[in-house]
Design a protein around this ligand. Structure first.
Ligand code: BES
Ligand code: MN
Length: 470
């Protein structure tokens, strides 16, 4: 048989295996989705551990080795490897098993942790972000192992459990495990396709600084007639502070905020402008009367290459039914800044904190609590590993993938570079409108099925690459 015949026979065997195991695959994906592994809610710690154990036993079942539910001080990391492809590249693969909270639960069509397939969509919290990817990687490995008796490359898996709450313990774990994580490059599967569900490879991710601002006045709520006019109101003060942080035009007012931003080159701008993006359709899909953002930039530029400052929540005072005449004792806001290359979360936090100190009225007290951060990242489009992913996507989805900059954050991407010295390919399959972090999160079952074939194909493509120390 020629090489081409061998490849074709291997492809047919893989396809047959995947055909025969469709039901079992769906069941194991659903079983993972049933575990409410919400990393940000302490009461779900046992569920996070249960999800880690579930993934670990699935890893063992498909033939991965050195499988370990590894302690981090927070939710555990699942480590597993298979290192028998002598002379072939070694890839570190990352996904996360944790999910965002399901609130508001009443807006879900069906309960968030009771997965159902409806109209080709898997509906559940974590369906697309990111349990689909955990499941797809496992099923691709299973198919390769069962049809070929091994993998075409060496793989090391890191399946994390704190991604949705800023990966607080992961960097220290990476440092402690640096040696066993040695690889030629990394692949992170936690991203998605472009508008219209067009196959895409993400090459830019934003970073993040997240903090809570607490404003306090009197020790208890005060009568708003008896004291109103004589004392400041923490809610008004909080609103004044947050109104100062960003102008109505969408520009952040914090001095120095934009200083380290890598400006888009004319080539970058052309590449973004060439993406098949229908702004009006996008606006309509969001149900908003107008798009809004920093002047001088297109929507895709604002999303992928410009930083932001946004309130994620604000509360305080009387929120019950009917009137209650008080000057509340305290008010609170949660604020996130999305960052782009080369903004440093530490520095940006310092600038914002200093500015708040400057603008905060002296008639109240305030405190700032930092709730997490992550660095931005940018990867080159023309690297051989990214191109291997592009070929695999084209072979399975039938179209050249687009190269996109994502507005979301995956802080571990920058940590792989800084701690492990690894570049990363961001290969993910979530539909762009999959409602991540929102009610009725869903995954396209077509993307899921084709994605498994893409991953198998990708490992074959990667096996053809040469790396220095092999
Ligand atoms: N999978 C997302 C990142 C993402 C979002 C990729 C949209 C592609 C499209 C990831 O799980 C996520 O949501 N990350 C958090 C990180 C934060 C909690 C540090 C985010 O971006 O809010
Ligand atoms: Mn995710």
């Amino acid at each position: 048989m020629s090489d081409a015949d061998v490849t074709q026979a291997a492809g047919a065997a893989l396809e047959r295996f995947l055909d025969d195991t469709r039901e079992a695959r769906l069941e194991s994906y659903k079983a993972l989705l049933r575990i409410p592994s919400i990393s940000g809610i302490p009461a779900h710690a046992a569920d996070c551990r249960a999800a880690a154990e579930f993934v670990a036993s699935d890893m063992r079942a498909v033939g991965m080795e050195h499988v370990e539910v590894s302690e981090t001080g927070g939710h555990p990391v699942v480590y597993a490897d298979w290192l028998h492809a002598a002379g072939k590249p070694t890839v570190l693969v990352y996904c996360h098993y944790d999910v965002q909270p399901a609130d508001p639960v009443e807006l879900w069509e069906s309960p968030p942790f009771e997965p159902v397939v409806k109209d080709g969509r898997m509906l559940a919290r974590g369906a697309s972000d990111c349990k689909c990817h955990v499941s797809m990687h496992l099923r691709a490995i299973e198919a390769l192992m069962r049809t070929r008796g091994g993998l075409p490359v060496n793989l090391k898996f890191v399946i994390e459990g704190e991604e949705e709450s800023s990966s607080v313990h992961l960097d220290a774990w990476l440092v402690a495990n640096k040696e066993r994580l040695a690889a030629d490059f990394a692949t992170i599967s936690d991203t998605g396709f472009f508008e219209g569900n067009l196959p895409a490879i993400t090459v830019g991710l934003r970073g993040l600084v997240y903090f809570q601002l607490d404003v306090t006045g009197s020790t208890i709520d005060l009568h708003s007639g008896g004291f109103g006019g004589a004392v400041d109101n923490p809610i008004n003060a909080l609103c004044a502070i947050v109104a100062d942080l960003k102008g109505p035009d969408g520009r952040v007012r914090v001095p120095g905020f934009y200083d380290d931003v890598v400006e888009l080159t004319p080539l970058d701008r052309e590449a973004l402008a060439r993406l098949p993006f229908d702004e009006e359709k996008y606006r309509k899909s969001l149900g908003i009367p107008a798009l809004h953002g920093e002047p001088g930039y297109t929507t895709l530029e604002r999303l992928g290459a410009r930083p932001t400052l946004d309130l994620c929540g604000i509360w305080g005072g009387f929120e019950g039914e009917g009137p209650k005449t008080i000057i509340p004792a305290h008010a609170h806001a949660k604020i996130s800044c999305r960052l782009v290359a080369n903004q440093d979360p530490e520095k940006i936090f310092g600038l914002v904190a200093r500015y708040i100190d400057e603008v905060a009225p002296k008639s109240i007290r305030y405190s700032i609590q930092r709730l997490g951060d992550g660095r931005p990242s940018l990867t080159p489009i023309d690297g051989p590993t990214t191109q291997a992913a592009a070929r695999a996507l084209k072979a399975t989805f039938g179209a050249d993938p687009l190269f996109i900059r994502e507005g979301g954050s995956i802080p571990v991407c920058a940590s792989f570079e800084s701690i492990l010295g690894l570049s990363t390919v961001l290969l993910g399959f979530a539909p762009p409108d999959g409602q991540f972090h929102a009610p009725n999160e869903w995954m396209s079952m077509a993307n899921y099925e084709t994605g498994i074939r893409t991953i198998a194909r990708y490992w074959d493509e990667v096996s053809l690459l040469a790396f220095g120390q092999q």
